[in-house]
Design a protein around this ligand. Structure first.
Ligand code: ADE
Length: 239
């Protein structure tokens, strides 16, 4: 997959994608991430990329040019069938299902705007969809773009180990994670749950399912409502 990010802070994006799972996926060539700035296409002496909003009010709005030239140059580097996404607090929520949908595409153009926004006509003419990472307002689209990249890239084939991918695909999809423990076995008088050190793999699996269900029921009842729980899961929840 190829990802082009159009942002006023390309160094920030380029630096952030170098770490962890994402960094390894880039090194292996599973994904290529390139960040560029509209500023390089600005034509005036000040290299302007924004202007005051029509109708008044605080803040600045990203102008159509030079952003459009920058977006078009980035699109020209993407394979056919790629999609363009604007990161914005008023976009459709980023969900695991959305990440799965985007992970099937050969390429993505991500436009990170400043929070006051981007000229609406630029969105209308160059962008396929707007995506939000949550109901809060950030000062720019760079962190949302990085969140989206991380959520999508870890779903690409070969990025996670087999076991981790299997877990993502299994029945636990749609539930919160179960709790995890590592050494020491006892910490300040708190022991690791006995089942996890007992070596009974069926019992461990059952315990994890139950924990995932219980946590989701307590913390995110909205998720439970959306799921069609199996008879086994309903039984585990009642235990
Ligand atoms: N830009 C500013 N806030 C945002 C949010 N919550 N999601 C995506 N992009 C944003």
């Amino acid at each position: 997959m190829r990802i082009e990010v159009v942002t006023l802070f390309p160094e920030f994006v380029a630096e952030a994608v170098r770490v962890g799972v994402l960094g390894r996926a880039i090194e292996r060539g599973t994904v290529a991430v390139n960040a560029t700035t509209p500023r390089e296409f600005a034509t005036d002496v000040h290299k302007s990329v924004d202007d005051r909003p029509y109708g008044g009010g605080p803040g600045m709005v990203m102008t159509i040019e030079p952003a459009r030239t920058s977006i078009r140059a980035a699109k020209a580097r993407l394979p056919a069938g790629s999609r363009s996404v604007y990161l914005a607090a008023d976009g459709a929520p980023l969900t695991h299902a959305k990440a799965q949908e985007l992970a099937k595409l050969p390429g993505l153009l991500l436009l990170a705007g400043r929070y006051e926004g981007v000229d609406e006509r630029l969105i209308q003419s160059e962008i396929d969809e707007s995506v939000s990472i949550g109901d809060y307002v950030l000062s720019g689209g760079e962190l949302p773009a990085l969140v989206l990249i991380d959520a999508v890239v870890r779903l690409l084939p070969g990025v996670l180990g087999d076991e981790a991918s299997a877990i993502e695909d299994s029945f636990v999809a749609g539930l919160l994670d179960w709790p995890h423990y590592t050494r020491p076995e006892v910490f300040e008088g708190q022991a690791v749950p006995a089942v996890l050190v007992g070596g009974n793999h069926a019992a461990i699996r059952r315990w994890r399912e139950q924990q995932a269900l219980g946590r989701t029921w307590l913390r995110r009842p909205d998720l439970i409502e959306k799921l069609a729980l199996t008879a086994e899961q309903q039984r585990l929840l009642k235990e």
